[in-house]
Design a protein around this ligand. Sequence first.
Ligand code: HEC
Length: 210
Amino acid sequence: MATNDENTKNLHQAQEPEYDEITHERLLSDHEYDGIRELDNDLPPWWKYLFYISIVFAIVFILVYHVFESADLQVVLYEKEMAAAAAKYKRTDPSAVAASLTVLTDDESLADGKITYDKICSVCHAKNGEGLIGPNFTDEYWIHGGTIQDMYKIVITGVLDKGMISYKDQLSPKKIQNVLSYIISLEGTNPPNPKAPQGDRWVNGEKVAE
Ligand code: HEC
């Protein structure tokens, strides 16, 4: 136990600054290791200001993001972006657009339709639509109906037992609309070696009684 006198003495010593013998800079008096002592320097200003700035930043951050919630946290930003992306890349349900389909006649759509036709459909419906495994597209006869809606249904459901698969997952509604518009544009082109007509006769989207 230190006596009152000793305490006063220690206090007195602590208050009396010690100086380095060579540089005469003030020394920290409370520790010393093997004769090595530390100078009682102030913290460098750049460090102090960074520290103060970080305190101010933290207070502003807490107020903005957690107290007034006037800006979105990263989690919320992430969720918003994901929702926006989901909305942007959402696939249209192919059956939902069937009713509003129209036959396109512009060059761009028909040219795109021809590309799809040559790549996928021509294998079975033949190069010029004259028919092979699948029916002839250049006559007025249709097995499943002669409107673009009827044809659209066939393309998205397929006729599996006859060998035509569904193209619902391969082609977008727009691509299907283009290829069907192209097929419809082939009517009356009379290519060589046509396959015999199949189904009912359709004129201008109406079934004609024979
Ligand atoms: C593997 C062969 C094959 C391919 C490839 C094929 N089809 Fe077919 N398609 C058929 C057959 C077979 C039928 C006849 C089905 C029946 O008799 O009921 C048919 C029928 C159709 C019909 C209905 C014709 C009618 O008379 O009612 C349309 C429209 C059609 N195909 C469009 C297409 C389109 C567009 C493509 C390319 C994206 C395509 N098909 C690719 C085999 C094919």
